[in-house]
Design a protein around this ligand. Structure first.
Ligand SMILES: Cc1cc2nc3c(=O)[nH]c(=O)nc-3n(C[C@H](O)[C@H](O)[C@H](O)COP(=O)(O)O)c2cc1C
Length: 170
């Protein structure tokens, strides 16, 4: 699969079967995340692999969007280890986490796993429930597992704006 084929093959899976993810597969996905670039190479990410019954029950308290995934990756970042844009109004925390998460979902697809990226949860509640340290915030949850039989991408997966609407050559 070349990169565009991989990007096309990834879709938001909204129904997982019960199969667990082998440790070796999980580690490949995490390695894809590890290779992601971050601002100043600060690597502020902290990924929580939520797979125990107790942890998954916490995810279910946070969001209705687990869809039966056997693993959920909570992509947190260290707010004290981010790049501050000149002007100091913005920082790279959520941005770094998003790049890591993108590597995770594409890395997963490359080895036959499916994912769904989630932000339908309250980050403050997640921080409390997952007992994150004071300096961490979590802005992304990723369902990870194997799509249930017959699951197909939703229709909007094939609906992307033409480049002419999203790109300006200056
Ligand atoms: C930042 C972000 C947040 C998302 N949050 C959710 C979510 O909370 N629940 C959900 O079911 N899907 C969520 N999605 C999935 C999107 O709805 C989906 O990516 C989009 O509709 C395009 O479909 P595709 O991923 O199958 O191509 C999210 C995706 C992104 C990128």
């Amino acid at each position: 699969m070349d990169f565009l084929e991989l990007a096309q093959a990834r879709y938001s899976c909204k129904k997982f079967d019960g199969r667990t993810v082998a440790k070796e597969q999980l580690e490949k996905v995490l390695e894809a995340g590890r290779l992601a670039p971050t601002a100043k190479n600060n690597q502020p990410q902290h990924i929580y692999v939520l797979q125990s019954e107790e942890s998954l029950a916490k995810v279910d308290q946070l969001t209705p969007c687990r869809y039966g995934a056997p693993v959920v990756l909570a992509v947190a970042h260290d707010t004290g280890n981010v790049f501050h844009y000149p002007g100091d109004k913005y920082d790279s925390g959520a941005e770094d986490a998003a790049i890591v998460a993108t590597h995770l979902v594409l890395g997963a697809k490359a080895i036959g796993l499916d994912t769904c990226w989630l932000n339908f949860f309250d980050p403050d509640k997640a921080k409390e429930l997952l007992q994150l340290p004071e300096n961490e915030e979590v802005t992304i949850l990723i369902d990870l597992g194997y799509a249930a039989e017959g699951v197909r991408p939703l229709a909007n997966h094939a609906s992307r704006k033409p480049l002419a609407e999203t790109v300006t050559y200056c």
